[in-house]
Design a protein. Structure first.
Length: 272
């Protein structure tokens, strides 16, 4: 009730919101006619091509999947790996996952803490379970740890053999899970990237600069990071999703956030 009044009240000049796509849509409807800056959900993808530096790619992608327990809108939640390097990359990702230390985030040595709330933990478990039911295999993690500080902890997980129909591919999971899907060509990567309702951040690993520029042009996301984690961002860089997707509107970052929250005023003078 309070939120409805804030966004719809004539005294509110503009709305800026960071959060889920579902909540963002409701706010956008109630704030019709006002400037809006919406930074909503994301679901990659990360693309690992056959010429990638696999150690660099695994290190960056694992960081994107597991930092903050995967609870970042730009996390590496959907990873498309070329068939020629799929097995080796999967092994490297599993090794990175096993290096993660679950525990109390206040204690030295802990590298990953819990999920935010029971609803998020339930969703992560459901998405992983759905993927496994559809034939995926957990080569690292895959469940809540046997001895955890609370039910909100979930093991850093790497899934192979993930199908396109799996919820973990089609939806935003928001947890420490790295699902690996197979691709055989650039065209297939582009098609799979478009076949998703999110369009926030993607990253591509390749040593071919011409190929990299093609991905920059073709990927349906507001940001394309080449040879770095999907979580890479600087405060002065425009950050936001593309139109037609559920990742929001407008751009956060530097002058772009300021102009989004301002009215552009034009004045003309006739001088005698």
């Amino acid at each position: 009730v309070v939120g409805d009044e804030i966004v719809s009240n004539p005294g509110t000049d503009a709305i800026g919101f960071t959060g889920s796509a579902a909540t963002g849509k409701l706010i956008s409807q109630r704030a019709a006619g006002k400037p809006q800056l919406m930074e909503l959900g994301g679901n990659g993808p990360v693309v690992i091509l056959e010429d990638a530096d696999l150690e660099r790619a695994a290190t960056a992608t694992a960081s994107g999947s597991f930092v903050n327990a995967g609870q970042v809108c730009s996390s590496s939640e959907r990873i498309l790996v070329h068939r020629k390097v799929y097995d080796e990359f999967a092994e490297r990702m599993a090794a990175k996952a096993r290096e993660v230390v679950l525990g109390d985030p206040r204690k030295a040595g802990t590298t990953m803490g819990p999920l935010n709330n029971p609803a998020v933990a339930k969703k992560v478990a459901e998405h992983v379970g759905d993927a496994l039911d559809r034939g995926a295999r957990a080569i690292a993690g895959g469940k809540r740890p046997d001895k955890a500080l609370s039910p909100l902890f979930f093991e850093p997980t790497v899934l192979t053999g993930v199908t396109r129909e799996a919820l973990i591919n089609t939806e935003e999971t928001f947890g420490p899970v790295a699902p690996l899907l197979v691709i055989d060509s650039d065209e297939q990567a582009f098609e799979m990237a478009r076949d998703n309702r999110y369009g926030l951040v993607s990253s591509v690993f390749t040593q071919d600069i011409d190929r990299a520029f093609r991905y920059v042009e073709e990927m349906p996301t507001g940001i394309v990071n080449i040879n770095d984690t999907s979580n890479y961002w600087e405060l002065h860089i425009p950050f936001g999703g593309v139109s037609g997707k559920d990742s929001g509107m407008g751009r956060v970052g530097g002058k772009h956030a300021l102009t989004a929250m301002c009215d552009l005023k034009t004045a003309t003078f006739t001088v005698r």
